[in-house]
Design a protein around this ligand. Structure first.
Ligand code: PLP
Length: 370
């Protein structure tokens, strides 16, 4: 099997599985219990918070554990869009469906004006458009722009966006799910009000993540109760939370060498495709984008309609876009947004530390036959 769908999810490290298993087996106390077993669990959860906060150069009090990226997004969007002062939300059609759907839903029920920024063909916003929109605002605007796009790998200038939002007194959330554990995200420099992480994108377990809520901000919880300082009710998923922190710590330990490896593999694939496949191009920002994502643009013909399925049958796991549309014969919303869906099919190759040159060769060999 060749797994090239790491932007959808990653394989868990066996070290993390063992670590989780050990906590499941031995540390079954409820972190809210006052006895020794409960206190042990509390220490595990709080240590995880300290580890993640340190890696992100923020305060542990600014981290709230959730069930993953989607929950963090929903908590923040629902709360911010119901604030009486918020009259406008600015976003882009390239955001992840979790963000787009939440924004569309809560903007509609709260009568908040929704402004979609136009995209260039790499799925990047144009900074002057954002700046022009923000000129019209006065502390009444929420901005949502992702750090790196999950389909194209295109990266936005988050620090500049953060500074612009601060200048115009706009609240700013950045979806950092695709860059968490891959790049040295520094929230103290970027000034987002909110950001999101999800463990399964960096070799941790599924169903656990966190939201960053900067110390200047307060949002309403999605679930009402007492855990996570009243911000996320429900007994903490302690083994998943601890495993997420460990997976993130591991990711940081190998980050520089892994980035180099990803870039080498990316260059290898891009060179072969450019030299040997005259009818295949690229979607997104192939030079400046995330090094672990390469999105190929294959001209649509009736013959290649079942392209992804053919790869699947041959044991090569890929997707055309975001995970929810992988395998399905629907066009990606990002391809639609950049006006490329009518002409091209997207094949997203997304890699991790486990990806090898052999994996890419298997993909290339099959691509030649299709
Ligand atoms: N945001 C982005 C950019 C993603 O890639 C994903 C996962 O596909 C999510 C949000 C949702 O995260 P989760 O799967 O943890 O709910």
């Amino acid at each position: 099997m060749t797994y090239l769908d790491n932007a959808a999810t990653t394989m868990m490290d066996s070290e993390i599985i063992d670590f989780m298993h050990e906590i499941m087996q031995n540390q079954y106390g409820n972190p809210s219990s006052i006895h020794a077993l409960g206190r042990n669990s509390r220490v595990i959860v709080e240590n995880a918070r300290i580890i993640i906060a340190k890696l992100l150069n923020i305060s542990p009090a600014e981290i709230f554990f959730t069930s993953g990226g989607t929950e963090g997004i929903n908590t923040i969007v629902k709360s911010v869009l119901s604030m009486p002062k918020i009259k406008r939300v600015i976003t882009s059609p390239a955001e992840h469906p979790a963000m787009l759907n939440a924004i569309e839903y809560y903007a509609a029920i709260n009568n908040v004006e929704l402004i979609m920024l136009p995209l260039d063909k790499k799925a990047s916003i144009i900074m002057s458009d954002l700046s022009n929109e923000l000129q019209k605002t006065d502390g009444d605007t929420f901005v949502s722009l992702m750090h790196a796009n999950n389909e194209f790998g295109t990266m936005l200038p988050i620090q500049k966006i953060g500074e612009l939002c601060k200048t115009h007194n706009a609240l700013f959330v950045t979806d950092t799910v695709q860059t968490m554990g891959k790049l040295r995200n520094n929230f103290s420099e970027w000034h987002p009000d909110f950001a999101i992480g999800s463990a399964h994108k960096f070799h941790g377990p599924k169903g656990v993540g966190f939201m960053y809520i900067s110390g200047d901000n307060k949002v309403d919880p999605l679930f009402i109760g007492s855990q996570e300082r009243n911000m996320r009710a429900g007994t903490e998923n302690i083994y998943a939370i601890a495993a997420m922190a460990k997976a993130m710590e591991n990711a940081y330990k190998i980050m520089d060498e892994n980035l180099e490896k990803m870039q080498e593999l990316k260059n290898y694939l891009v060179n072969i495709v450019s030299n040997e496949f005259s009818h295949i191009g690229f979607n997104g920002d192939i030079e400046g984008g995330l090094p672990n994502i390469i999105n190929l643009a294959v001209e649509k013909t009736p013959n290649n309609e079942m392209l992804l399925m053919k790869f699947d049958i041959a044991g090569i796991m890929l997707s055309g876009g975001s995970a929810c549309s992988s395998g399905a014969l629907i066009d990606s919303h990002v391809m639609e947004a950049v006006g490329r869906a009518a002409k091209y099919r997207a094949i997203r190759v997304s890699m991790s530390k486990y990806t090898t040159k052999n994996d890419l060769d298997s993909f290339i060999d099959l691509l030649k036959t299709i």
